[in-house]
Design a protein around this ligand. Structure first.
Ligand code: ADP
Ligand code: MG
Length: 349
């Protein structure tokens, strides 16, 4: 139905605010016992009994965090939820509810918002999340999305950024840099499209990296896997801004240093080939590209046998004393200080 380009578009005024909220949220089902009251009153009511409650929120602005010219609205809805769930999983907690607030201009027909909520609905279904509220208003400056994610965990399960200890191993889930390279491909295609709108690009070689950009997955599975393996990380953070800046957050908050080994950084082969094509350094892309939504965590060395050989995890380095600082050990064995931008090229030995 949404694919039909000739379909009449419905203006938002036709429905009114309450009709719109009802229409968009009616298909959402509540799944959690902790949701006492969802949408429909002045506030949602939640009950986590003896568990701790985790809350995280994100604001996404059109033109800054997303570009609707290559981001389909359904994907945007899905990704906006993932970005938030990722922060809850990074605490080693289980996400249970979200609220979704949106502001759109009247250039948005109802059908566009329906598509956006389809993505939200899919994310809620796959990740078992209750949509329990939000707010809807108009905007004169593009689309604005604010999502709050709520989760639960037993007190002793929660993992902070601040408890990494010297000699702990530094571990990442999945692989890095793909979302950033996917964005490079999409930006290039946008420029090609401007020049020749009839050009039909074959993007099949880039399907993995484009999917990582347009439809990222938050690593709920990793939180579950860690529990199954009986591994309680000593510290954890999600990789939203690039490996380098996330490592620096862990080191700063844990008051430790670290050695990260360049040759250990997990890269998908399609990231390496895209980097060659775009003449970019794949290490720099992994360190500074963003939006991977993988988990970065530290574990006691004694726990190494539990994850050794598991394809979901890569040990990329180890924690050191604070006074040793945070470094990248390059392939040719030089020790380069890590910076939020990747590494400090001026300090290169
Ligand atoms: P109020 O005027 O008190 O802010 P609203 O009329 O905005 O209430 O919201 C009515 C109900 O609908 C509330 O439960 C609210 O959380 C929910 N709601 C409003 N907008 C959205 C939205 N975009 N997505 C999900 N729920 C929403
Ligand atoms: Mg409101």
């Amino acid at each position: 139905m949404l694919e039909d380009k000739n379909q009449e578009k419905t203006s938002l005024e036709q429905l009114g605010e309450f009709g719109l909220i009802d229409h968009l949220t009616q298909q959402f089902k509540l799944q959690h016992k902790s949701t006492i009251k969802g949408i429909g009153d002045d506030a949602a009511v939640l009950d986590f009994k003896n568990k701790k409650t985790l809350v995280s929120t994100d604001l996404l602005l059109e033109g800054i965090h997303f570009d609707l010219s290559y981001m389909p609205l359904k994907h945007l809805g899905y990704k906006a939820v993932m970005v938030n769930l990722s922060d809850i999983y990074a605490m080693n907690a289980i996400a249970t509810q979200i609220t979704v607030s949106v502001a759109v201009s009247n250039r948005f027909p109802l059908e566009a918002l329906e598509e956006f909520y389809e993505g939200i609905s899919l994310a809620c279904e796959l990740y078992k999340i209750d949509l329990v509220g939000g707010d809807t208003t108009s905007s004169t400056t593009g689309m604005i999305i604010s999502i709050t994610a709520i989760g639960e965990a037993a007190k002793e399960e929660i993992v902070y950024r601040s408890e990494a200890k010297p000699n702990d191993l530094l571990v990442v889930s999945g692989d890095l840099g793909a979302a950033y390279m996917g964005l490079q491909v999409l930006k290039r295609e946008k420029e090609v499209f401007k020049v020749n709108p009839n050009n039909q690009p074959d993007l099949s070689a880039y399907s993995y990296i484009i999917e990582r950009q347009l439809k990222p997955e938050a690593r709920k599975d990793i939180v579950e896997l860690l529990k199954k393996l009986n591994i309680q990380p000593t510290s954890m953070i999600d990789i939203s801004d690039g490996l380098s800046s996330e490592i620096l957050h862990l080191c700063k908050q844990s008051k430790v240093g670290c050695n990260l080994y360049e040759d250990k950084i997990p890269l998908d082969p399609t990231v390496i080939s895209a980097c060659e094509e775009f003449k970019m350094d794949s290490t720099l892309v992994a360190l500074s590209g963003g939006e991977d939504y993988e988990l970065l965590f530290t574990i006691d060395q004694k726990k190494f046998p539990e994850l050794k050989g598991n394809p979901n995890f890569t040990v990329v380095g180890h924690i050191t004393d604070k006074n040793e600082g945070a470094h990248l050990i390059s392939r040719n064995n030089s020790k380069i200080p890590l910076t939020a931008q990747g590494w400090n090229s001026f300090a290169k030995a």
